[in-house]
Design a protein around this ligand. Sequence first.
Ligand SMILES: [Zn+2]
Length: 191
Amino acid sequence: MASYTKQDVIDTLTDPAALRVTMYVKGLWIGAPSFSVLRLKIIDGSVKVEEGSKTNAYYLGKENKIVTQMVSSSLEHARALLLHECTHAVMDVYRFKVPAITNEVLCYITQYSYLNNKIPGFNVIVDKSLDPTSQNALWDSFYKSVWDYARNLQGYVDITDWQFLSLRNHLRVLNIYQHLSEATMYDHDGV
Ligand SMILES: [Zn+2]
């Protein structure tokens, strides 16, 4: 199975729907200017891109490396996920020190801002037949909340307001993030 390439990451960072993401948070501008800086760092190799072999992508802060996911049927969702990982990389480039939970929520907001920009009428459907305490239902409702936050975003993110805190609390009950404590930090030590 093929995976997304360095060129796919670069194409994501020049996608007009990505360049329209505008998110000011504690002095950092996540959007066109920082995506452009990251793109140059990827081109010159100071941020590496590795073609991974999983359905998920991730960012390795210590190694300054984006690991891409396997090629999927939806280019929009694939690019949204790549942009999520690029947002981790941007925070690394700017040595943006916030707890990992906050960092993660910001990446999801970027991901869903992109989807809102990219797909006209984009919506998240919640399967109401699921047990509301099941992980599938908790993921569905998290996506719905992030989508809602992203579409009402006015360019400025206050990480202390209740909507943002609610996303953080929600993230912490999701299976892959339960290991994060309030004080867990990423290795976002610069590139
Ligand atoms: Zn992430």
